[in-house]
Write a protein that binds this ligand. Structure first.
Ligand code: NG1
Ligand code: MG
Length: 519
């Protein structure tokens, strides 16, 4: 059914042929571990994959479009459900295949009350709980106040590296919400509803994130990247890479620098979200006619650079403040110029300066933008953040235009075309490093080495400050890139055999969320 999470009855519906030899035993272990823990077979497995972002970094929370793809690594939840024993509460029993690292938990949730999540602690089941919370809100809206959720028994197995920039969190939250919805008789599950609730509920774990990861995890289709738009509403459409010569693939290389979401993550990431929202409000105050209001939108703080953009071109009090006939790319170019002229303070802006521009007090500013997720900063780099976001939004559109431009099918050499794609990714890396300040020396190093060995484009992927890199590589150069990274980067780290094996992988666009029926 269009727009709903597919139901699979064979692993071949989910994974590419060459992954089955590894996946089949893993699934068997999951099912066996369920049977030995609970004394029965699970009835289904909810599955959501991780993702790699090809282009469009740190712009989803400003509601600009991005181009990620799902990977093969995923979160699996084997599930069995039964009616709750009590009318007042239901019981969750959840275990992990790696139970030494992630201990088993059991808890009760009030049938009509909230799910308790302590986001100040790292607790692996918080991701399940946030998916549960989101799914319950949706089910309660649909089923009414006297809805009593079922008891659930679950076993989880995840192969997306934690803290590695491939979005293990969104995979786990989406799989959890899916498991809860299916257990409570929601069938089929709408991809749109699942994604929207996963986006909002992941914020309960402490990061004020955008919606790229959950969209990629839920909506992706095997063999295609995914173009995701957030404005005026969430929309995702598969995009294929044209056949090029040499043929292209994506190589993912870990930096093994862990950006711990619960230590540095909230500080860096949530600060960027605040800076982008400040930039939107500031530009609106300076550039749109007095009396125009910036609409409340789906951005994590309720306003976004996209909202300013739309208001500026289309709704500025009926007084078009700019020519209306520009293409989206021209609009972004126009805005980049305006930002350069309007946000002139390289050194950043103080709370006092921003509050004055917005016509509010510092206390009001803090209450509005900095109370949900506190941030620590004296100066806010509005100029740099806005320049990155608008420039990156433009690169995404240019990348998409290249992908959708029909390639000369008989062409025996598309090197020039491949180079154009790679250059856009390289420009993203430059902007992430210098303007958005979300790279780190190790990532810069990996990108330099990979490009030197034949990658057309190399950049960080995901939030940055460590984590993963993605490289656009012609298939005949994969071995050379791998070798160069081994020699110039990985050999200098102390890695376990498992880390060495997972350090560099070729990734093809994988399948999004699915429900597997256990027979
Ligand atoms: P990761 O790499 O999963 O931390 C984060 C955000 C995305 C997006 C990217 C940067 C979460 C759950 N996801 O990804 O929404 O903003 O950073 O492009 O925090
Ligand atoms: Mg994440």
């Amino acid at each position: 059914m269009a727009g709903s999470v597919p139901v699979a009855s064979a692993l071949a519906d989910i994974y590419p042929q060459d992954a089955l030899a590894k996946e089949a035993p893993r699934w068997n272990t999951l099912l066996e571990s369920f049977a030995s823990a609970y004394g029965r077979q699970p009835t289904f497995v909810a599955r959501s994959p991780g993702r790699v972002n090809i282009i469009g970094e740190h712009i989803d929370y400003s509601l600009y479009s991005v181009l990620p793809m799902a990977i093969t690594a995923d979160a699996l939840l084997a599930v069995s459900a039964k009616p709750a024993a009590s009318k007042d509460s239901f019981r969750i029993k959840i275990r992990n295949v790696q139970d030494a690292k992630f201990p088993a938990r059991e808890f009760d949730v009030p049938a009509q009350g909230d799910v308790d999540i302590d986001s100040t602690k790292f607790e692996w089941t918080n991701y399940f709980k946030s998916g549960l919370r989101g799914a319950l809100e949706l089910l309660r809206r649909k089923r009414g106040a006297d809805f009593v959720p079922v008891d659930m028994e679950l076993v989880m197995d995840g192969t997306v590296p934690v803290g590695g920039g491939l979005s293990s969190s969104a995979a786990f939250v989406s799989a959890s919400a899916l498991a809860v919805m299916v257990s409570n008789g929601e069938s089929p599950v709408s991809k749109q509803e699942l994604t929207e609730l996963a986006i909002v509920s992941e914020r309960a774990v402490g990061v004020n994130s955008g919606g790229m990861d959950q969209s990629a995890s839920v909506f992706s289709e095997r063999g295609s990247a995914l173009f995701v738009s957030f404005s005026p509403r969430l929309e995702a459409r598969p995009v294929k890479f044209p056949p090029t010569r040499p043929e292209l693939c994506f190589v993912i290389a870990q930096s093994f620098v862990t950006s711990n979401k619960h230590v540095t993550g909230p500080i860096h990431y949530n600060l960027r979200v605040v800076e982008c929202s400040f930039a939107a409000a500031y530009l609106h105050a300076k550039l749109n006619p007095p009396g125009t209001s910036l609409p409340e939108d789906a951005g994590p703080l309720g306003i976004s650079l996209q909202g300013f953009h739309e208001t500026y071109f289309y709704h500025a009090g009926g007084e078009p403040s700019a020519p209306r006939s520009l293409s989206k790319e021209h609009e972004l170019e126009h805005l980049l110029k305006l930002v350069g002229e309007t946000l002139t303070q390289e050194e950043g802006y103080t709370r006092e300066e921003i509050a004055a521009a917005l016509g509010v007090t510092v206390a009001e500013l803090e209450a509005r933008f900095m109370s949900k997720f506190p941030v620590r900063a004296d100066r806010f780099k509005l100029r740099q953040r806005a320049l990155h976001v608008l420039g990156e939004a433009l690169r995404v559109l240019r990348f998409l235009t290249l992908l959708e431009r029909p390639l000369h099918t008989g062409a025996s050499d598309t090197t020039a075309y491949n180079t154009q794609l790679g250059d856009l990714m390289n420009a993203t890396q430059d902007s992430c490093r210098d303007v958005y300040e979300c790279s780190c020396p190790e990532i810069d190093d990996i990108c330099r080495v990979a490009r030197g060995a034949g990658a057309y484009g190399s950049r960080l992927t995901g939030a940055g400050w460590g984590g993963c890199t993605v490289h656009l590589v012609p298939v005949d150069k994969v071995a050379a890139v791998q070798e160069a990274l081994e020699k110039e980067y990985y050999s200098k780290l102390e890695l376990t055999a498992e880390q060495r094996e997972q350090a560099v992988v070729v990734s093809r666009p994988g399948q999004g969320s699915a429900v597997y029926e256990v027979k």
